[in-house]
Design a protein around this ligand. Structure first.
Ligand code: GLU
Length: 476
């Protein structure tokens, strides 16, 4: 081969081989109109709720896409390895998945400024041996995720101080699977990010933090390797700095990690008190709207109580508002222009509920139809369908609420939600939501009946109407 030909060939290779001369990432995003993000399907990162995609990472990425005036294309990966593989193959512009900054990752992939911090925690089951320092980890059955920052911490410990340290790494799966192993006794300890444990603990009330294994660590986004990403990196860092300066980041963090699941477990006592103090003001209105939509007024009243405690000015940090706590997009869809107007809100909620009920398959009969419509109202029709499919897979009847309510919480467990179409969802909250409403609904019906019949005071348990008997909050 002549020398000239050889150089020409080399030049052609350098210019023409995919992967060698890539476009600047910001240009690519602008020209394609898409910001491609790889994430994980988990409650702290990205999942679908009744209004569509949600999660801390999703919201951050969504804000960045909006700023870049492009569409967000977010895709979940099913292991940490896969996230980094996708970056290496330049299949995503950013990995946004609750990833910790580590030296070895930073050596391979550019990363952003920290947008959060966390510590790695050792989690154990209450009542079992609780280690309080690293030396006590020796001889214990520890699980962690393969390729996680936690596995790296263990490797470092093994190399520096504890050569006999042993642990098991799960290559597929996620934090929830780790927690499940400790809960079931299959493992004694798991290593978890503090931010994840905060959110998951309510699902595993027996699990507790033994001790913090690390100092504060940074949570960052990683980008694919290569100089063509430096412009994008700079842009993201400015974006993060702005979110911090405006307080928006702190607000988002609070929204996603600051909540507790118990908010809807309001005692019957508070309910009956409110029934006397707040309900009379809205009773006529609720009755009127219920009639218009051919609903039981007590059911509409029970939903409104569960949503807002009959407070037409209620609002939550997630941006839902009013008597029926509608989101802005739902309100728009329902033709509600003032969410704080009790009548509009009630009508919007009633319409939304009826809509859910209409969409359910016709072979679901009452009263299950009502409970399932309420679940869909809370969690979205897609997730309810997923829970019904899980029910069917178990050989149980997907037309029965008593069966479906047992499967809804499984949507929070990776072994199950991975096999479903719509993925992770707060299924347990949906069950609590429905059961609370049933409880309130029954109290309201009971009080109506008792008022009409002017019964003398009696022991409630002896004189419950048939429907009250079937409700058991213990089933939660
Ligand atoms: N923060 C962990 C990491 O960067 C991932 C979280 C987890 O799945 O436990 O490896």
């Amino acid at each position: 081969m002549s020398k000239t030909l050889f150089y020409l060939l080399m030049l052609a290779l350098a210019l023409g081989t995919p992967g060698c001369a890539r476009k600047d990432a910001l240009d690519d995003i602008e020209h394609s109109g898409k910001l491609r993000v790889v994430s994980r399907n988990s409650p702290t990162t990205y999942y679908l709720d009744k209004n569509g995609p949600a999660g801390f990472e999703y919201e951050l990425a969504q804000r960045l896409a909006r700023e870049l005036k492009v569409e967000l294309k977010i895709e979940p990966a099913f292991s940490l390895q896969e996230i980094f593989d996708r970056l290496t193959r330049h299949e995503a512009h950013i990995a946004a998945a609750g990833l910790t900054r580590t030296e070895s990752r930073a050596a391979l992939y550019p990363h952003t400024l920290a947008y959060d911090t966390l510590v790695t925690q050792v989690v154990y089951r209450a009542g079992k041996f609780r280690p309080r320092q690293v030396e006590e980890l020796l001889g214990m059955r520890i699980v962690t995720l393969a390729n996680s920052s936690h596995a790296q911490v263990l490797q470092e410990l093994q190399q520096s101080a504890l050569p006999e340290l042993e642990w098991e790494e799960l290559s597929e799966g996620d934090t929830m699977e780790l927690l499940e192993r400790v809960d079931s006794g299959e493992a004694e300890l798991a290593l978890i990010d503090s931010s994840e444990f905060e959110v998951q603990q309510s699902l595993y009330p027996r699990l507790k933090v033994a001790f913090d294994l690390t100092e504060e660590q940074d949570m960052v986004w990683y980008l694919p390797p290569g100089p063509e990403y430096s412009g994008l990196l700079e842009r993201i860092n400015t974006f993060i700095a702005q979110l911090k300066a405006t307080g928006e980041l702190a607000r988002l963090r609070e929204l996603h990690f600051g909540h507790t699941e118990g908010f809807s477990r309001i005692s019957s006592h508070t309910f009956t008190r409110k029934m006397r103090s707040a309900l009379p003001r809205y009773e006529a209105l609720i009755k009127r709207v219920a009639k218009e939509y051919q609903l039981d007024w007590q059911l509409l009243a029970a939903i409104a109580y569960q949503e807002s405690h009959w407070n037409p000015r209620a609002q939550s940090p997630t941006g839902v508002r009013g008597m029926m706590m509608l989101t802005l997009p739902t309100a728009r869809e329902l033709g509600v222009d003032n969410r704080l107007d009790a009548e509009q809100s009630l009508r919007g909620g009633a319409r939304y509920y009826k809509n859910m009920k209409r969409r359910l398959p016709p072979d679901i009969k009452e009263p299950d139809r009502t409970w399932m419509a309420l679940a869909a109202y809370n969690i979205g029709m897609g997730h309810l369908e997923d829970a019904r499919i899980l029910t069917e897979r178990d050989g149980s009847d997907p037309h029965l609420w008593s069966e479906v309510m047992q499967r809804l919480p499984l949507l929070q467990k990776s072994a199950h939600y991975k096999t479903t179409r719509y993925g992770y969802a707060r299924g347990r909250e949906a069950v609590t939501y429905v059961q609370n409403i049933r409880h309130y609904y029954n109290i309201l019906q009971w009080q109506d009946i008792s008022q009409q019949q002017a019964l003398p005071p009696v022991e409630a348990s002896d004189h419950l109407p048939a429907r009250l008997g079937e409700v058991s909050l213990k089933a939660l």
